[in-house]
Write a protein that binds this ligand. Sequence first.
Ligand SMILES: [Zn+2]
Length: 149
Amino acid sequence: MKVYNLACEQNHCFEGWFGSEDDFLSQSAGQQIVCPICESVKVGKLPSAPHLNLSAAKPATASRHAAGTASPAAVQMKKQLMDMARHVMENTVDVGESFAEEARRIHYKEVPEHGIRGLASAEQCDELAEEGIDVFQLPMPALRKSTLQ
Ligand SMILES: [Zn+2]
């Protein structure tokens, strides 16, 4: 059984239970997943990984991409990023620079599973990945400009 954090196009967050990743994918492709609040079928999966790195390895690349392209797609992407960032803020604990250490403690079950966010260098992220620890990265420039508060 898989539990995914899902969100519709209007940013209603809810949990979806699926037998497997394939189940989720086929139901998603068939628009069989419906938002319980507004009944939209435009539902996407939020990152379920409890380990989130907010320091982004390559923020410069990300912002260079965004600059000058005010296409609807870019705006939409930014909005999705903001929605995701908000979801992350609401569902994780800020552990700051202890991120890599804390992610390991969770991974090796030294502490109960819980969502964390914090800062990690690109090297630390690589090390975590090598140990099989999922880390999700969000570009910080987008967060700073955001209206998260
Ligand atoms: Zn909805």
